[in-house]
Design a protein around this ligand. Structure first.
Ligand code: TXA
Ligand code: MG
Length: 333
């Protein structure tokens, strides 16, 4: 059984890490499933508990800026501007790894990685825990393929039966979508995964190298796997609220759930169709998306229609997660 810790039990959580255990912890993005980054057995267990493929590296979570200097080898000059602007926060920097460190560090202990993904979180519980525990390797605290957890209840859903895992209760996460992953190994930074720090905010400081997943080999191995998927078949609907509403009305059955935003309310007969309102702005949609995907499973949905958002600001990350949850199905109405 998962052991639940209160938010003021970070010291106990750190002791669990020091004795080789695994601790799920809140960050401002989503919950992470953490192990001592230098403990090969504990890190291997994170991979196996999560069901994560061994070629997909883990983010190293730090609570002190000096730890970045220990982990990174010759970071580019622009790294300090990004760190100053966005740490602590929802930005993960992929950087060349210091040659003094174990070859596997940041990845699966049976493999080798030349780079490490490093993040300093803004959540105070995360920071108290990491300060006491040391550098923590952690993926999101969901079983592979499931939506990322934004509440303790989601962690319990996926790991409630697991022995030897603890979880710190930090309530609901503030952002609800994962960090932005930026590769800083080249002359210009490249966004590998859209996230809570928007490309517009990054561009105010640096120019970004253009990177298209379709033509380049994936540089962030995590991006090639099926992700965030509810059990139901999800389809994204893009178009005017009126057209989306009439499409939903036409094709929804009793086991369909519509994930929409408030713009659609005047056009949709909510008494006939199970409707979950994701929110009326992108921050709210980001916060609710993963939680509502899990809610669709709980309600026994077989089909989900999700209303698209534009890709400005947080919209890029929202559409990335929706597209993966829908395995690319999108209909323009
Ligand atoms: O907000 C977040 O980023 C959350 C919280 C817990 O920090 N973590 C998270 O971890 O979402 P995960 O493992 O679910 O996603 C990490 C992503 C994956 O796509 C992985 O491939 C990429 O970051 N990544 C990590 N280290 C990398 C590296 N050295 N090179 C390239 N990509 C890396
Ligand atoms: Mg994940």
């Amino acid at each position: 059984m998962l052991k639940i810790l209160k938010s003021d039990e970070c010291k106990l959580a750190a002791e669990i890490i020091h004795s080789g255990g695994i601790v799920a912890f809140p960050t401002e993005t989503v919950y992470g499933l953490g192990a001592d980054a230098f403990n090969a057995n504990a890190v291997a267990r994170v991979y196996s508990e999560k069901g994560r493929p061994g070629d997909n590296p883990l983010i190293l979570h730090i609570a002190n800026a000096e730890d970045f200097n220990k982990l990174a080898h010759n970071p580019p000059k622009y790294a300090s501007a990004l760190i100053k602007a966005f740490w602590p926060g929802a930005l993960t920097l992929v950087v060349q790894k210091s040659p003094d460190l174990p070859e596997w560090l940041g990845g699966h202990p049976m493999g080798k990685t030349a780079t490490v993904g490093v993040r300093m979180c803004a959540n105070p519980i995360a920071n108290t825990f990491i300060k006491a525990a040391g550098i923590i390797a952690a993926p999101s605290a969901n079983k592979a393929g499931r939506p990322s957890p934004t509440t303790l209840a989601h962690v319990i859903e996926d790991f409630g039966e697991a022995d030897g895992i603890a979880a710190i209760d930090g309530g609901s996460t503030a952002v609800g979508l994962e960090s932005t992953v930026v590769d800083i190994t080249g002359k210009e930074p490249v966004i590998l995964r859209h996230g809570a720090v928007t490309q517009e905010a990054l561009r105010e400081l640096v120019s970004l190298e253009k990177y298209t997943e379709a033509t380049d080999t994936p540089r962030s191995p995590g991006m090639k796997y099926r992700h965030y998927a509810p059990r139901a078949e999800m389809t994204i609907l893009s178009g005017t609220p009126e057209n989306i509403a009439s499409y939903v009305q036409k094709y929804a059955t009793s086991t369909t759930i519509a994930l929409v935003n408030k713009t659609i309310a005047p056009f949709l007969d909510a008494s006939a169709i199970t409707t979950l309102i994701l929110g009326d702005n992108k921050e709210a949609i980001a916060r609710n998306l993963f939680s509502y995907l899990r809610e669709c499973d709980r309600l026994g949905a077989q089909r989900i229609f999700a209303q698209a958002v534009d890709t400005e600001g947080l919209g890029a990350a929202i559409m990335d997660r929706m597209t993966k949850a829908a395995e690319g199905r999108i209909i323009y109405v």
